[in-house]
Design a protein around this ligand. Sequence first.
Ligand code: 2HA
Ligand code: ZN
Length: 281
Amino acid sequence: MERILEGTNVEKNNILDAPFVKEMVEVTSNLYRLGWDERNGGNITYLLDEEEVANYLDINNVLRNIPMDFDGTPLKGKYFIVTGSGKYFKNVVTDPAMNLGVIRVAADGQSVDLLWGYTDGGVPTSELPAHLMSHIARLEVDPENRVVMHCHASHLLAMTFSHELTSKAITRTLWEMCTECLVVFPEGVQVLPWLIPGSNEIGEATAEKMKESRLILWSYHGIYGAGKTMDETFGLIETAEKAAEIYTYVCAQGGIRQTISDENFKALAEQFGVKPNPEFF
Ligand code: 2HA
Ligand code: ZN
C-alpha cells in the first residue's frame, strides 16, 4: 500500500486506498450504471469512525470550514464521507478527490470542517440537511446505522405518478411483487408528498419518517435508504426498485390477477423471524 508524508512528518496511508473511498466509488458507479443517478442526481453520506479517518488524514488539518443552515449539534465531532454538491456520480471513479469530501461536523454544530476532497472548491451535497437529520433519527433507533443514500430509482419514481400514493398502498404493492420484499423491508416504505429538495422542510419530514422506516419515497423525485453498511443500504433500495420494476411489467401485462395473500405474508414473516408493520395489513 502506498504511503504518503504529510506536513507533520506523520506517515499516512493514501486515502484513495481507504475502504470507505473504494466503497463510495463502487456504489456511485453502480448507481450511475443502473440509470438511477443521471447528471448530478443522488447523494450519499457515510458515517466514519475517527480511527479509520485518522489512518489516512491528519484530523487536525482542517482545509476549510463550510457553514450549514440547520442544527447538526447531535452529530458534532462525527466524520462523514459525502458526495459533492452538483457533482456527477458518473465522474466519481475518475476523480474521487474532486467529487467526494471527508467532513466533520464542527464544534458549533452549525458548520462542517473539510478534511479532504472537494478539490475544486466544492461543498457537500445540497441534500445535507435531509442526510444529517436522517442520521440523527436513525442513530436514535439503530446505533449501528452508518449510511444514508438518495437516488432517482426509475420505477419507484414512476410509481409515485401512477399508483395510489399512500405508504400502505405502495408498501403492499411492493411486498406483493417479490416474495423477498417483506423479509428485506418488513417496516415498509414511508411516502412523502412533493416537497422542495434541499430544504430543511424536506429534511425534517424525511428524518421523522426515518424513525419508522429505512426507506422513504419522495413523490415525483426519488428514494432515500438507510442502513448499517453500504451493501445493506444499496441492497435495500435495489430490492424495492426491483419490485417497482416488476409492478411496471405486471401493469403492462394487463394488471394483477392473483397475488401473495395475507396468510402467505404471515407464514413468510414467521419463517424469516421478521415483524411486518401491522399498519399495512
Ligand atoms: O443532488 O438528487 O435531490 C441532486 C439531487 C437532489
Ligand atoms: Zn434527488
